[in-house]
Design a protein around this ligand. Structure first.
Ligand SMILES: [Zn+2]
Ligand SMILES: [Zn+2]
Length: 376
């Protein structure tokens, strides 16, 4: 079903067609109004919000709008992006193109999405009009790169033949949708090698990506597969920089590749990024195994759990066991200048996404030009 959400850019107001969303009950509407009036941005009396009238049968879950959705409360001029590419994983509720509108309203100049439900094998249909609309909004707002995060179901190292086959087919679908949406990055967790050796697992992932990408023109479309480091749970591939580096070596002849380094995963898998000495040592290790120039994206997540715990629970930037200093060092290292910094932080309260982006932006040192010398 093609999305019907319309964006009236002149008035900066948003109308959400009734057929695309559930109607919040009366109690939710009044709560929503109170949220709107609490938000500091914009002038409340200019706000125009069209609440969908009625629930339409057959509208899938993802079409529902959350009360925490920036589209429901933000108005006026969004915050300005800074000198780095900073953004957040963004909802596609209402149609994939709405993610770009959300990113813009959050003051982001890069973002990440799921191109389908991350927990279902059957992909959502993607209309050409939606792909065009997404591209158009990204151009209009100057937002990029766009990353797509692969489905959590995909395990290209699976020892179960049927599961492995399904994964290869699903990953090919991910690549095709990424091409259709003109994404720059497709982020992949390398998978679980249970039932094999780790080495066999890594080789199989590389062969499976080659199979899934066969005949697709990634290079021509500027699409790159990014291998993400993981929290290092038992049997999970990619729990160390060495493993990610090795996989990149295998993949170089296959397709354009790079790495996505998740700060939470790095921390809980055991690397020290908190102390200053630890940070430098960890970055040195990263340079030797993957190469900082190959890290195209950083997932900027703080962690709820301690270093080495291997538990993957993301926390708001600066509120977890990592803390602000690590993010400050990351964002101001000249060797990471080319990368996109994308939070995958929870939205517990409306505005949390805005806040995490604002926090990351605030950590970037503003380089001021040296004062001009006075003429003698
Ligand atoms: Zn991540
Ligand atoms: Zn994670």
């Amino acid at each position: 079903m093609a999305a019907k959400a319309r964006i009236a850019s002149s008035s900066r107001s948003i109308q959400i067609a009734a057929c695309e969303a559930r109607a919040p009950p009366e109690s939710e509407i009044s709560m929503l109004k109170s949220i709107i009036y609490r938000m500091p941005s914009g002038e409340p009396e200019r706000k125009r919000l069209t609440i969908p009238e009625q629930k339409q049968p057959g509208v899938p879950e993802r079409k529902r709008f959350s009360m925490k959705d920036v589209l429901l409360w933000a108005d006026g001029e969004p915050p300005k992006p800074g000198p780095r590419r900073i953004g957040i994983h963004t909802s596609t509720a209402g149609g994939v193109e709405m993610a770009a509108e959300r990113a813009y309203r959050l003051g982001a100049n890069t973002f990440q999405i799921f191109s389908s439900s991350p927990r279902q094998w059957k992909p959502y249909p993607l209309a050409q009009a939606q792909c065009d609309a997404l591209r158009g909004l990204r151009e209009k707002y100057g937002i990029g790169p766009m990353a797509i995060h692969s489905s959590y179901l995909v395990n290209l190292a699976s020892a179960t033949a049927e599961f492995h086959r399904k994964s290869v087919i699903a990953f090919r679908g991910e690549l095709q949708r990424a091409l259709a949406l003109s994404a720059e990055f497709l982020v992949l967790h390398p998978g679980s090698f249970r039932g094999r050796s780790r080495e066999e697992g890594l080789e199989l992932v590389a062969r499976s990506i080659a199979e899934a990408a066969e005949g697709l023109e990634l290079e021509k479309s500027n699409l790159r597969v990014l291998i993400e480091n993981t929290a290092g749970a038992e049997f999970s591939l990619g729990g160390s920089f060495d493993q990610v580096g090795q996989l990149l070596e295998y993949l170089r002849p296959v397709c354009p590749v790079g790495a996505c380094i998740d700060t939470c995963h790095t921390h809980v898998s055991g690397y020290d990024i908190v102390s200053e000495a630890g940070w430098h040592e960890t970055v040195q290790k990263l340079e030797e195994t993957i190469g900082l120039r190959n890290v195209m994206a950083w997932h900027c997540n703080d962690a709820k759990d301690p270093r080495g715990s291997r538990r993957d629970r993301h926390e708001h930037v600066g509120k977890g066991t990592i803390g602000l200093d690590a993010f400050r060092r990351l964002l101001n290292d000249p060797r990471t200048e080319h990368a996109a910094f994308i939070a995958e932080t929870p939205i517990d309260e409306p505005g949390d996404d805005l806040q995490n982006i604002a926090t990351l932006k605030s950590l970037v040192d503003v380089v001021t030009a040296p004062p001009k010398r006075k003429r003698a």
